[in-house]
Design a protein around this ligand. Structure first.
Ligand code: PGA
Length: 310
C-alpha cells in the first residue's frame, strides 16, 4: 500500500491545476522548495514521475493525469468530512472557502472583518481572482461560496443577488465629454478610446456584451489587468473606461477622474452570492451567508430589484 499524505495530494492538485510550482506555493501559502519537496516525496512513493518541467512550463505525465483526475474527488470528500466533524464538534467552527472576483476586493474584506470578529473560530480562505479563474474553481467545486457579477449559464448553481453593482463610465476630469452640459449618447462613446480589463474578466465581458447590444465595436486602446491600473490610465488621459462603481473610492483619484453622464448609465446590476447545488451547505457557510445578508447595509447598497447582467 502506498503511503501518500493529504498534504502531498493537496500540493500536487494545486501544481497540476495551476501548472506552476510558484503559483501553487503562493496559493498554499508555503515556499516553493516546500512544494518541490512534497511533489518529490509523492513521486518517490508512487514510483513514477507525475510532472515534467520543460523550461518554465509544467506538464502532467500519464501517471500525473490519472492522479489529477482522482485526487480532486478525494480532496473534496475529505473536505466534506472535515466540515462534518467541525459541524459535530460545535457549530460555528471550521474553514470557509470563498472565491470572489477581482472587483469585489473593494468591499469583501470590509465584510469579512466584522464576520471574523464575531466568529473567531471560523478560518477564512479568500481567493480573489478574475471571473474565468473563478468559474474553473466553481466547476471543480473547490469553494463553499463564490461572489461574482455575472453568474454563468448552464451550471448547477444557486445565485442570490445581495448587493448593488452599478457600471459607470469613467473619464479624465478634463475630457471634452464632461463639458457638454447634456447626457452623452452611447454612439458618441463609440468614437472614444477605451481602457479595458483582461479577457476572462467579468467587467470586460459585460462591456463587450453592452457594445454588441448597441451594434458598435469599442475602440480599445489598452488592456490592463487591474481596475486600479485602469483608473490610473484614465486619470493619465489615455481613454475612458467602463467599471463597477465599487471601484470608485471617495477621492475619485484626487478629482482627476469623474463619472460621465451617459445615456443608459449607470447600468444597475447586482453582486451575486453563488454556490454549487452539488455541495452541501456547511454550518459555517450558512452562517456566513446569513451574516452577509444581514450586514450588507454596512456597505450601503443592498440589491433591491435585480437587473440581470447585461
Ligand atoms: P471581474 O468581475 O473582477 O473579473 O472583472 C467583475 C464582475 O463579475 O462583474
Amino acid at each position: 500500500m502506498m503511503h501518500v499524505s493529504l498534504r502531498q495530494l493537496r500540493t500536487f492538485e494545486a501544481v497540476a491545476r495551476l501548472r506552476s510550482f510558484s503559483r501553487a506555493a503562493e496559493e498554499l501559502h508555503v515556499t516553493q522548495p516546500t512544494v518541490s519537496k512534497q511533489i518529490r516525496l509523492l513521486c518517490d512513493e508512487i514510483g513514477l514521475a507525475l510532472l515534467e518541467q520543460i523550461g518554465k512550463k509544467v506538464f502532467l505525465t500519464e501517471a500525473g493525469e490519472h492522479l489529477y483526475a482522482t485526487c480532486g474527488d478525494w480532496l473534496e470528500t475529505w473536505g466534506r468530512f472535515e466540515q462534518t466533524i467541525a459541524d459535530m464538534k460545535g457549530v460555528k467552527k471550521g474553514r470557509l472557502r470563498i472565491a470572489s472576483v477581482t472587483t469585489t476586493k473593494y468591499f469583501m474584506p470590509r465584510l469579512l472583518g466584522p464576520f471574523c470578529a464575531q466568529y473567531p473560530g471560523i478560518d477564512i480562505a479568500l481567493e480573489v481572482i478574475n471571473r474565468d479563474r473563478l468559474l474553473e474553481r466553481l466547476a471543480r467545486n473547490q469553494d463553499d461560496i463564490y461572489v461574482m457579477g455575472v453568474p454563468p449559464d448552464g451550471m448547477n448553481i444557486e445565485c442570490e443577488p445581495f448587493l448593488e453593482n452599478s457600471l459607470v463610465v469613467l473619464a479624465p476630469s478634463s475630457h471634452r465629454l464632461t463639458t457638454l452640459g447634456r447626457t452623452v449618447r452611447f454612439a458618441e462613446l463609440a468614437q472614444e478610446h477605451f481602457l479595458v480589463r483582461e479577457r476572462g474578466s467579468g467587467t470586460r465581458l459585460t462591456m463587450e456584451r453592452l457594445f454588441e447590444e448597441h451594434g458598435v465595436r469599442p475602440n480599445i486602446r489598452m488592456e490592463l489587468g487591474s481596475n486600479e491600473a485602469i483608473k490610473q490610465a484614465v486619470a493619465g488621459g489615455l481613454g475612458l473606461a467602463i467599471l463597477s462603481d465599487s471601484t470608485i473610492g471617495e477621492d475619485h483619484l484626487n478629482h482627476q477622474v469623474c463619472v460621465l453622464d451617459v445615456e443608459g448609465f449607470p447600468i444597475r446590476r447586482s453582486w451575486y452570492l453563488v454556490r454549487s447545488k452539488e455541495k452541501r451547505v456547511s454550518v459555517v457557510a450558512a452562517t456566513f451567508l446569513e451574516f452577509l445578508k444581514s450586514h450588507v447595509n454596512l456597505l450601503g447598497h443592498p440589491a433591491k430589484e435585480v437587473q440581470q447582467a447585461v
